[in-house]
Design a protein around this ligand. Structure first.
Ligand code: SF4
Length: 252
């Protein structure tokens, strides 16, 4: 979407791009961003609320309350159960971007304007249409240019190819529990080992103090990540939770 704007195919030209860095994205995301920054005619601001990986299931100094942050799966009597409430999308994506937009507008710490003063473009494609969520604040309106152009992810990849750009891989946090098995398999050896470490930490640090009855896992089967059999998993019919979650702000 940013490159289409740079080519004049979506307008008006944006004032800036904003990347909310959770600190836990795979290397290819940062490499793509480095490339993109050199190609775009507008600035790209990188904003951050810290490192999500370090925060996950870390014991807060204020006593027994333990914040899990990510949408981890919780086992129910040893069987796969539901997801715990997450705060990562809001804390590490939505809020840092909102803060930067307010700073750029000169309204940080001030009362919000009652009318729309900024248009925020969100780069989800037509195949992710269920991630479209209306904006919650009058001063900021959302726009989804790829949906307007009825472009699917495959159309975007064809556009990149036609214009001589390398194919960008999908982005999301290294250990996001919304990963499909195909996305888990696509991690590099080092990234997978990193996720396994965080998966273990989820259980080690939460035992007995988390406000959940079962144990926590990154994988939907509620098995330790390094014990999941990815070799036989087929994605046919597998629900992609990421599509209906993340409020359209992760992975764009
Ligand atoms: S990609 Fe997953 S883990 Fe990362 S902020 Fe979004 S929901 Fe949370």
């Amino acid at each position: 979407m940013a490159l289409m704007a740079a080519h004049g195919e979506i307008g008006p030209m944006p004032d800036c791009g904003i990347f909310a860095d959770t600190g836990w994205e795979p290397a290819h995301v940062y490499e793509h961003l480095d490339r993109l920054e050199k190609l775009l005619p507008f600035p790209v601001y990188r904003v951050s609320a810290g490192n999500l990986r370090d925060e996950i299931a870390s014991v807060r100094p204020t006593g027994k309350f333990l914040k899990i942050d990510i949408p981890a799966f919780v086992s129910n009597n040893g069987k796969p159960g539901g997801l715990v409430n997450r705060s990562c999308t809001r804390d590490f994506k939505i809020d840092p971007i909102r803060r930067k937009v307010r700073e750029l507008l000169g309204i940080a710490g001030k009362r919000s304007p009652k009318e729309a003063v900024v248009e925020q473009w969100i780069g989800i494609s037509i195949d992710e249409v269920i991630r479209m969520k209306p904006g919650r604040e009058a001063w900021q309106v959302s726009r989804w240019p790829l949906i307007e152009k009825r472009m699917a992810r495959s159309d975007c990849l064809r556009w990149m190819d036609r214009n001589g750009y390398p194919e960008p891989k999908k982005s999301s946090c290294i250990g996001c529990p919304f990963h499909s098995d195909a996305e888990w398999r696509a991690l590099s050896k080092e990234e997978f080992a990193d996720a396994v470490e965080v998966d273990r930490r989820l259980r080690d640090t939460t035992r007995g103090i988390a406000r959940t009855k079962g144990e926590l896992f990154l994988h939907r089967t509620c098995k330790p990540l390094d014990e999941v059999d990815f070799s036989t998993a087929e994605d046919r019919g597998q629900l992609n939770l990421f599509l209906n979650e993340c409020e359209g702000m992760c992975g764009v």
